[in-house]
Design a protein around this ligand. Structure first.
Ligand code: ADP
Ligand code: ZN
Ligand code: ZN
Length: 747
């Protein structure tokens, strides 16, 4: 039997992760050791016993076998949270493809130990009666300082050090003497920065409506019975999903367990977090990208030490080091941002379900527009499906949706941005002092510049995309930031007839101002939300009625109730710009439904106007009816016919390289290896290699192969084989290869 070796890390801070030590696994321990196991090893010259974590097992020695020491034993402290996270990293590595170090850096909290703020306290160490006696004695013997301090400590058993020394004027020698006598102690108590500065009264829970109550009761009952399932909560916009999550979290806290709530970064507003804070108080901690490193670290430590029981945050909050995880909630589970864009390209939903299984926790996925994947799982019985069909707050109702055919408008000579219907409704709302939101899709509709003589669009020199016209005569690349001044002549043919096409948010803003000069307008896009709190500021300004019209590119505006918004206009609901992506219809449906859900949140009924060139497309007609089931039926039919996920599993092999030819050769080799080695594999379908649909971004040329199979396991096998194949080949040092399973983006 061959020997087994274990890669072990002694120190789990990020900086030390690259320092891996190899040890031999003694035969009698072989069944007890796997990634994540905490072991005791002899370390350094003196063979000092140290704790370490196994991150990998293998049969090959990295250096002279005779010099490799053996693991002494498995740590008797049992499985720690770090061990569990390391096991999770191992699974992520295997499932999505990455190095173990990349996976570990994903799951372990960054160890930037910056100096924590701490406060020192003087604490009473004696039982009350003895302290009373000591106080009386000190008073009798005229030890004034001592008496002052003890009297104070009899009232509150700890007082801040500064208060003791300054206000009570107790000298340091006195404090030291009392400490030596064991009457008091000086303790440093960590003070965790509270990034929200939330405080104040907790609010009692809202009385749940019948639908919400059913969900909460069923969840609580099954949880108490020890069932740990994955639930899909499909609730229309405004149906009170958040309120329902909170009731479920309550049930979990009652069992002494902890909960992670994932919310897309963009929806992680002050308003949303406040709702959790008002319900659960200091038990809540949060995570988001705008926190400083120190703040993030503090939050993670609060979670690890059990001082907080609920973590709210975006994708990365999934790796909160809770020792007693009981529930993971994923709100807006359909959102793209749950898929990591960098290696390992994991999906938070899948990792959440795996972590939950590992640690005996339940999972609740929630959405008004569930992903086709999750809904399929629910229909197959893998997830338990709950529905909320009614809006929760009294009087709030679903909006009326109007579809406008832009082709008809054109035929009737209307070339403006606003159809007659939308134009009239905007005027109507302005007159009534009600508010309006106007949305346009970010991609494809930003203004690009092209030449009327030769037809060439002006492209970024570093990326295979058109530049976008910005105010002040600048052209900007939305992929790499490259800027040039607007040229006077076409760079291709020298013709002066060049102009802007399509419409960006800035253009919409100026058109709105021209058409409706009386309206106060706010704009929200990449350019206006660059600063730390600008996103919040714009939304609260709008919600406070400081503007009549909000123009936005981000359709999903959660966490704010715009009670006075009674009209939502979608300027161009087109799908063509997502042509390279099999999820384009799904995304269109989600955006329209979420946008429509913004209207009529208050007492007043709302209208939604969808302007489109594809009025018959099912993603638009079903969104207009707010009929998710109908949409799903159409969509799953289309995926069946074309063999897309979730019916067929898909893996993208992506090669990025600064030299086109090298990249092409590198992916060519993978294509050949794949076809040769998996020739006999039934049902494996390989498309490519080919140039990606955007052939270059930031001077990196992009090549892809698509691989499909009914089973994910087969695709993972293909990935593993190719990873091995690449191991000792020089070309892959230059050409960067990544894998993306069931991608959320087009390539
Ligand atoms: P969702 O997350 O489904 O969009 P929310 O939980 O944000 O819905 O609820 C929408 C609005 O309805 C919020 O203002 C919320 O306070 C309110 N709400 C939710 N549940 C109830 C309830 N049971 N009674 C009264 N108001 C409720
Ligand atoms: Zn030209
Ligand atoms: Zn560019």
């Amino acid at each position: 039997m061959s020997k087994i070796f274990a890669d072990i890390i002694i120190n789990i801070s990020h900086e030390a992760l690259d320092r891996v030590f190899q040890y031999e696994v003694p035969f009698y321990l072989s069944g007890h050791i796997m990634p994540g196991t905490k072991v005791i090893v002899p370390f350094g010259r003196g063979n000092k016993e140290m704790e370490g974590y196994v991150i990998k097992l293998g049969t090959e020695a990295n250096f002279d076998e005779s010099k490799i020491k053996s693991i002494i034993r498995v740590s008797e402290k049992g499985v720690s949270i770090e061990g569990k996270l390391i096991k999770l990293a191992w699974w992520i590595r295997q499932t999505y493809g990455s190095t173990m170090i990349q996976a570990l850096k994903t799951v372990l909290p960054a160890g930037e130990k910056i100096k924590q703020k701490e406060e020192r306290y003087v604490c009473l160490k004696l039982p009350k009666e003895e302290a009373q006696k000591a106080y009386e004695e000190a008073a009798k013997k005229n030890r004034k300082a001592q008496a002052r301090l003890l009297r104070e400590l009899l009232e509150q058993d700890k007082i801040p050090y500064e208060i003791a020394t300054h206000q009570l004027k107790i000298g340091r020698p006195t404090l030291s003497r009392l400490e030596e006598l064991g009457m008091i102690s000086i303790e440093a108590i960590m003070y965790y920065r509270n990034p929200l500065n939330l405080s104040g009264e907790l609010l009692p829970p809202k009385k749940l409506n019948e639908e919400q109550q059913y969900v909460a009761d069923t969840f609580a009952r099954e949880y108490e019975e020890g069932l740990r399932k994955t639930y899909l909560l499909h609730g229309v916009t405004g149906s009170g999903k958040t309120e329902t999550y909170m009731a479920c979290i309550d049930a979990v806290l009652k069992e002494g367990k902890q909960a992670i709530v994932l919310i897309p970064e963009i929806a992680l507003t002050y308003q949303t977090v406040k709702r959790f804070y008002q319900r659960f108080g200091d038990q809540v901690c949060i995570m988001h990208s705008k926190l400083s490193k120190g703040e993030r670290y503090d939050q993670m430590m609060r979670a690890k030490n059990g001082e907080a029981n609920i973590m709210i945050g975006p994708r990365s909050a999934l790796f909160t080091p809770f020792e007693n995880l009981g529930l993971i909630v994923i709100d807006e589970e359909h959102e793209n941002s749950y898929k990591s864009e960098s290696v390992p390209k994991y999906h938070a939903r899948e990792v959440a379900i795996y972590r939950a299984q590992m640690e005996g926790a339940a999972v609740i996925l929630g959405s008004a527009t569930p992903s086709v994947e999750s809904y399929t799982h629910a229909l197959q019985g893998d997830y338990t499906l709950f529905k909320l069909n009614q809006r929760a707050s009294a009087g709030s109702q679903m909006a009326d949706v109007h579809i406008v055919d832009l082709r008809e408008e054109l035929k009737n000579g209307n070339r403006s941005l606003f159809s007659h219907t939308l134009y009239d409704m905007i005027n109507d709302r302005l007159a009534k002092k009600e508010q309006i939101m106007l949305f346009l899709n970010r991609r494809g509709y930003a203004g690009f510049v092209s030449c009327r003589s030769c037809g060439e669009a002006i492209k970024c020199p570093h990326c295979d995309v058109t530049l976008t016209a910005h105010r002040g005569g600048k052209l900007v690349c939305h992929y790499c930031g490259h800027q040039i001044p607007m040229p006077k002549l076409c760079p291709q043919c020298g013709s002066p007839y060049i102009g802007t096409f399509g419409t960006g948010t800035q253009k919409v803003e100026s058109l709105v101002q021209k058409e409706f000069p009386q309206a106060r307008v706010l704009r929200m896009d990449m350019d206006t939300t660059r600063k730390k709190n600008s996103y919040e500021e714009i939304l609260s300004a709008f919600s406070n009625g400081e503007a009549d019209i909000l123009i936005g590119t981000q359709m999903i505006v959660k966490g704010h109730d715009f009670a006075n918004t009674t009209l939502v206009g979608i300027l161009a609901a087109d799908m063509s710009m997502y042509a390279s992506d099999f999820r384009s219809s799904e995304r269109t449906f989600q955006l329209l439904t979420q946008a429509a859900g913004r209207a009529g949140r208050g007492e007043k009924a709302g209208d939604v106007v969808i302007q489109t060139y594809n009025p018959e497309h099912y993603s638009i007609t079903t969104a207009a009816k707010q009929d998710y089931e109908l949409f799903y039926e159409e969509e799953i039919g289309y995926r069946k016919v074309l063999g897309y996920p979730p019916i067929t599993q898909m893996m993208v092999i992506f090669v990025g390289c600064e030299e086109y030819d090298v990249g092409k050769a590198a992916i060519g080799m993978l294509g050949r290896e794949l076809r040769n080695h998996f020739q006999e594999e039934e049902g494996l379908y390989v498309l490519g290699p080919t140039d990606a649909s955007i052939t270059k971004i930031k001077d990196v040329y992009r090549h892809v192969i698509y691989v499909k199979h009914a089973d994910m396991d087969t695709l993972v096998r293909v990935k593993n084989h190719l990873e091995k194949y690449m191991e000792d080949k020089k070309i892959y040092e230059k050409a960067n290869v990544t894998f993306d399973f069931n991608p959320m983006i087009g390539y």
